[in-house]
Design a protein around this ligand. Structure first.
Ligand SMILES: [Zn+2]
Length: 125
């Protein structure tokens, strides 16, 4: 399952970036391009599996799906409404110059700032 390896990569990237000892993580936002081949619902499911027994176990995953963007020679960057019709929505020129929509990005990670050290002992216990 493709999404499971993606989910593991997201989790390990975030975990590696956390200070030590890891604070409680409340949420993660990721952006998934429509052409990335990632199915958001499958990624949500895979994330729950991948986050188990990590500092992210309680962190909610929010997935933002970003549209396909082509670079029309006449009109410049244009968002496509469909991933099946690679024509400029303005002038109709067929266009294969995809400049957006393939990405997988971690947008931000929300940490529990109110979590003081005593609580962290409790969390990790
Ligand atoms: Zn155009």
């Amino acid at each position: 399952m493709h999404e499971l390896s993606v989910a593991h990569a997201v989790v390990s990237t975030v975990v590696d970036a956390l200070p030590s000892p890891p604070p409680r993580v409340l949420g993660i936002r990721v952006r998934v391009g429509e052409l990335s081949g990632i199915v958001p619902r499958a990624l949500e499911f895979a994330y729950d599996v991948a986050a188990q027994d990590t500092p992210l176990a309680d962190a909610a995953l929010v997935i933002e799906v970003s549209p396909v963007v082509i670079d029309c020679p006449a009109c410049g960057p244009q968002q496509l409404a469909s991933t099946h019709d690679f024509r400029c929505p303005v002038c109709g020129t067929p266009c294969g110059a995809v400049i957006g929509g393939k990405e997988l990005e971690i947008l931000d990670v929300t940490l529990d700032d109110t979590c003081v050290s005593e609580d962290m002992v409790e969390v990790s216990a």
